[in-house]
Design a binder for this molecule. Sequence first.
Ligand code: B1M
Length: 210
Amino acid sequence: EELIEQMHDDLYDGLKDEIVEAVNILLERGWQPYKVLTEGLVEGMRIVGVDFRDGILFVPEVLLAANAMKAGMAILRPLLAQTGAPKVGKMVIGTVKGDIHDIGKNLVSMMMEGAGFEVVDIGINNPVEDYLAAIEEHQPDILGMSALLTTTMPYMKVVIDTLVEKGVRDDYIVLVGGAPLNEEFGKAVGADAYCRDAAVTVETAKELMM
Ligand code: B1M
């Protein structure tokens, strides 16, 4: 599909209007929202990530790409959430302290909503106090944490250790995710599971809710 390649280029160039247009065209052509998301936006951002790592793209350019991706996601969000199914559970999710990456977290939120979960998104750069306040207020079944930096991912252990100290760790299913994590890390910090991507998060959440 030519349009998909064009989308990757437009995302790379941070062209928000073009991304919005391409998403709408693909939907009109009958593409499933999930397919537009994964093959268009997520794949495009993966390419951006490679060139960011290699020093070909810099923060301002990546921010533009992220903005364009968010504009595309905004169109897909209601479509992915259209389920009408009864709520299967509640999740509080946020990116940990020191970390402002939120695209992956937003994607997880969207997919969880689409699967019938109620999601309370507490945003980025959350110190332990914010997680505690949110779970107290919303009484979720699941606490989700996201980290994209090797320097911020250890903070997940701070949050989980605090839950243990307060004697409430076992009141919640704790799921962690983010590109630099792995299964071993998830175990080491005391999470119930590491989730590789948004789809795996949905599967894991459903499994652990049973
Ligand atoms: Co950042 N950045 N960034 N960045 N950035 C990375 C993460 C990096 C890998 C790039 C690189 O070098 N290749 C690198 C980290 C290196 C490391 O730690 N080892 C990096 C760096 C270094 C930085 C800065 C330090 C750069 C600087 O300032 N010098 C800085 C840090 C700022 C901070 O947080 N304090 C920074 C800033 C930024 C931008 C602001 C420019 C922008 C973020 C915009 C935004 O999020 N609003 C940005 C971006 C966009 C990226 C890359 C290119 C893309 C991340 C992304 O959105 N991916 C990224 C490179 C990469 O990962 N390839 C990079 C798409 C997204 C769909 O995937 O987030 O992995 P992902 O989420 C997946 C899964 O991981 C999982 O499901 C998602 C969907 O399938 N998942 C979860 C994620 N969270 C989950 C939570 C769950 C479950 C699953 O809970 C249950």
